[in-house]
Ligand binder design. Structure first.
Ligand SMILES: [Fe+2]
Length: 371
């Protein structure tokens, strides 16, 4: 005789309680509330769904509106010690008014007027900037002045002192991304003020970190070993753009390289170990040929996209977002998503919290329509 170990669902029907039992149960649940206890059998469905049921919803923020708001706050709100940064955070409408774009990630537009300085500070939260337009700002990370130009991706790893200064005659705005919500909810955050005045006001064309580390496949012998975060402070647009162009050119020539037909993508990495640039944040850049489509996917974790160039339509769960220059949208955990490029193709910056879940062995990816 064999035993059937298949995971059959058993419809167990508990007998109805008698009126006396019901009264006793009601009294017990009331007392449980009073002494801060919750019986699992009354909440199992919400606590342990069959697959992730995120509280966050998919949402799109229009860049035009964001930029106008940042401009106006540039006129009305000074930047300085205390507020620290003129940053406007994107608050997911379903996350209770917190400035969380997702349960783990923060995204904001930061705006610096000509001649303005944002004073130095440091925090254990990992941070990056993605520059959607403009130039003339240097971000100073642990005393290294890093230029910021259109298309550049810059990192400020946790606990590195950093400040910004704008020497241009024009204001500048960029997208800030951090793991603030993760640190906030897990109670892991530390913060410290640095100097009011920036520790280096020079304006070099390349930061020292780039000069040491940003040569393809070459690392300085003086710095062996693995580092937690990338020592490259700035991933210049010229390299990102060239890598994407080459992937598509190789596709034209019949060689592998693209993720799927017409979809080139690169990940910003830490050259000391080949992993993500920072321990909690993954950052990528995606390029779609005109009318190309990404493969629909469901993943554990949260993504945020910003359309850098071209136009596209994003599908997230039941939502559909038409995207123009600078628009930002998020993908909550396990929501099926894909992106279709417009007639001129689409360039998209993307960041996610996927490294957190990979480290904890909780990552899952599913392509419901196949690859
Ligand atoms: Fe900061």
């Amino acid at each position: 005789m064999s035993t059937d170990y298949s995971n059959k669902h058993v419809d167990f029907q508990a007998p109805e309680p008698t009126p006396e039992e019901q009264a006793e149960l009601d009294a017990m649940y009331k007392r449980m509330d009073e002494v801060h206890l919750k019986p699992l059998w009354r909440q199992i469905g919400g606590l342990m769904p069959n697959s992730p049921e995120p509280t966050a919803i998919a949402h799109k923020w229009d860049w035009e509106e964001l930029y106008k708001m940042a401009q106006r706050s540039g006129e009305l709100v000074p930047v300085g010690r205390g507020g620290e940064r003129r940053a406007i955070g994107l608050a997911n409408p379903a996350l209770g008014g917190n400035t969380y774009v997702s349960p783990t990630l923060w995204a904001a537009i930061q705006y610096l007027a000509p001649g303005e300085n944002a004073p130095e500070h440091r925090h254990s939260q990992n941070a990056f900037r993605f520059v959607i337009e403009g130039e003339g700002v240097w971000t100073v990370v642990n005393g290294d002045a890093v230029p910021m130009k259109r298309g550049d991706f810059l990192i400020t790893p946790g606990w590195a002192f950093h400040g910004h200064h704008n020497i241009a005659t024009k204001p500048m705005a960029w997208l800030d991304g951090l793991d603030i919500p993760f640190a906030h909810q897990m109670d892991t955050g530390f913060f410290e003020y640095g100097t009011e005045k920036l520790t280096d006001e020079s304006t070099p064309e390349y930061s020292r970190g780039e000069r040491l580390w940003a040569h393809p496949g070459l690392r300085p012998v003086a710095f062996p070993g693995e580092q937690v975060s990338s020592p490259i402070g700035r991933f210049a647009w010229e390299h990102t753009d060239a890598a994407l162009k080459d992937q598509l050119a190789l596709e034209d020539q019949g060689f592998p390289g693209v993720v799927s037909p017409g979809h080139a993508a690169v990940r910003f990495t830490n050259p000391t170990n080949g992993k993500d640039v920072m321990s909690t944040v993954r950052a990528e850049f995606h390029r779609l040929r005109p009318n190309a489509t990404t493969i629909p996917v469901q993943e554990v974790g949260n993504r945020v996209f910003q359309l850098f160039d071209g136009s596209a339509t994003a599908y997230v769960g039941d939502e559909k977002f038409d995207l123009q220059h600078g628009d930002v949208f998020n993908v909550p955990s396990w929501k099926k998503w894909h992106i279709e490029a417009g007639d001129g193709g689409a360039d998209l910056f993307n960041f996610s919290d996927h490294p957190i879940f990979e480290k904890l062995d909780l990552a899952r990816t599913y392509t419901p329509e196949g690859i």
